[in-house]
Design a binder for this molecule. Structure first.
Ligand SMILES: [Zn+2]
Length: 512
């Protein structure tokens, strides 16, 4: 196992008090909007939460005085109260159920193109660049270049109030899980790592042949990280179209044996989904069902293009869906009807996807876009109300990932996003509209304090544990070096349908 390291709380107890507490708690009788709310953490766990009173404050100060961190005390010297009420809303730390940590480096590269061209033109070359030039880059930076990319992604998450992430570690990244674990531990976040695989319709240099390589890799990382705090390893085959029956069956069995989730991209882009149906004479979901891949442990990222039969299968097996509206619209992939999915009893979380396609990790913006699109689609302003959109980035993904996150609730993890209500766009905010304003008026950048596992990771907008000067300089240089590399490379058309086109091209070249 990797030795446990990373930020620890300096005091045993921590209290946050603010104008509003939006707990997202699914506990019976839990209030949705609490005025003058507080949360008290003991170590990494929530010990108390609810409506604040002076008596509660006095008791807490008396009991925990010297051992207590009071969040925001330093900026509120105008108040005489010992536990100041912040002009803010306390929410659970946001939970991202699908993302890719290396993509922070390739924001703005390969724009205005569909998914497969973007994968061939940016994602696959970038992860290959990190892999092929690993030693050279390490000598230059004095550290792993993968680590640089993953550190930046942790900072991005925290800047939008995300404290838990499922990182789908695809492409050449699958060989570099230890760097990702390192970044996660160091930055104080929580992470499920879905380790990638593929054995067809992809860049040949990254194929797992023989297919046993995929489960061997999982075994290795499982042994290495099973006792590592805040870190979990699960199978994460890259795409349905890039994994054949045998490799998927083996990983599904592995997931059942280890009692883990299993995560895969499915039916993301229109053209690729059509091509798959023609080539294999069934939909991606039907294919997954035919090999026994669907169950309540299965998470499908995207599932934009579904037939009625697909949705029936998804509902029948209790499969979970992660909707990524930013990436789906930017890449022109299409958008799923999540209202219909939810009406069939399917669990749907909203996420950002990687920054390469979404161009940011603004999870509140993702929630807003999801709601906005469904209203347009259904010609109905009542669809996906703000509270539902918020639950889809907190409590719902928290339950999906089977962690005690996404709700402010006693016994849950002390993970909080404290949203600044002094920003002009969020004024005026009252109890009546605080939930709505977060979805419709926020720009997503108002996470003024962010706490994870009882540690203050962002304090009044400053990152307490991340050396952002170094990270930002490194990542800028890394992107520049990648651009130089990319200019010297022939783009290998190898993803999905492009695999066949690539073959045709090769034949043409030979003829010439
Ligand atoms: Zn993705």
């Amino acid at each position: 196992m990797m030795e446990s390291f990373g930020p620890k709380s300096e005091t045993k107890y921590m209290i946050v008090r603010a104008d509003y507490l939006l707990s997202m708690s699914e506990e019976e009788g839990a209030e949705e909007r609490i005025e003058d709310g507080y949360v008290l953490g003991e170590g990494s766990t929530i010990k108390e939460c609810g409506h604040y009173t002076p008596e509660i404050g006095e008791r807490i100060l008396k009991e925990y005085g010297d051992d207590l961190t009071i969040v925001g005390k330093d900026i509120t010297n105008t108040t005489k109260e010992q536990i100041p009420k912040l002009k803010a809303a306390i929410l659970p730390g946001f939970v991202k159920a699908h993302g890719h940590d290396h993509e922070a480096t390739i924001i703005g590269i390969c724009k205005d193109m569909p998914l497969v061209d973007w994968l061939d033109g940016a994602i696959n070359p970038f992860t290959r660049f990190l892999s092929e030039k690993r030693e050279e880059l390490e000598a230059k930076f004095g550290k792993s270049a993968n680590l640089i990319a993953y550190r930046k992604a942790r900072v991005d998450d925290l800047s939008y109030g995300i404290t838990t992430a499922l990182t789908h570690h695809c492409n050449f990244n699958k060989y570099y899980v230890p760097d990702l674990v390192h970044a996660n531990l160091e930055m104080g976040t929580k992470m499920i790592i879905a380790v990638g695989s593929q054995d067809r319709n992809y860049d040949p240099r990254v194929l797992d042949l023989p297919v046993e390589l995929a489960t061997q890799r999982l075994d290795k990382y499982w042994d290495q990280f099973k006792d590592t705090p805040r870190t979990w390893v699960i199978p994460g085959p890259d795409q349905v179209f890039s994994n054949g029956p045998e490799i998927l069956k083996q990983q599904k069995e592995w997931s059942e044996k280890h009692g883990t989730l299993i995560h895969i991209h499915s039916a993301e882009e229109y053209g690729t989904t059509q091509w798959f149906r023609e080539k294999y004479k069934m939909t991606e979901v039907e294919f997954l069902e035919s090999i026994g891949f669907l169950s309540k442990d299965t998470m499908l990222a995207h599932q934009v293009h579904s037939t009625d039969h697909d949705l029936e299968l998804i509902a029948k097996y209790g499969v979970k869906i992660v909707h990524n509206p930013l990436a789906n619209t930017i890449l022109g992939s299409g958008m799923p009807d999540i209202v219909k999915m939810r009406s069939m009893g399917i669990d749907v979380a909203i996420s950002t996807d990687g920054s390469g396609s979404a161009d940011n990790q603004n999870i509140l913006a993702a929630a807003r876009l999801a709601s906005q699109y469904q209203r347009g689609l259904h010609h109905d302003a009542k669809r996906v109300p703000a509270i539902d959109a918020l639950k889809m980035i907190t409590a719902i993904p928290g339950k999906m990932l089977r962690l005690k996150v996404g709700q402010v609730r006693v016994g849950y993890d002390m993970d909080l996003a404290v949203i600044d209500l002094t920003r002009p766009n969020l004024i005026p905010t009252s109890k009546r509209n605080v939930v709505e304003n977060l979805i419709w008026a926020s720009d997503g950048s108002e996470a003024r304090w962010v706490i994870a596992n009882g540690v203050l990771l962002r304090d009044n907008y400053s990152f307490t544990k991340a050396n952002t000067t170094e990270i930002f300089a490194d990542i800028t240089e890394l992107q520049a070096m990648f651009m130089d590399f990319l200019a010297t490379q022939k783009i290998v058309k190898a993803t999905g349908k492009r695999a066949e086109e690539g073959e045709e091209e090769k034949k043409e070249e030979k003829k010439e």
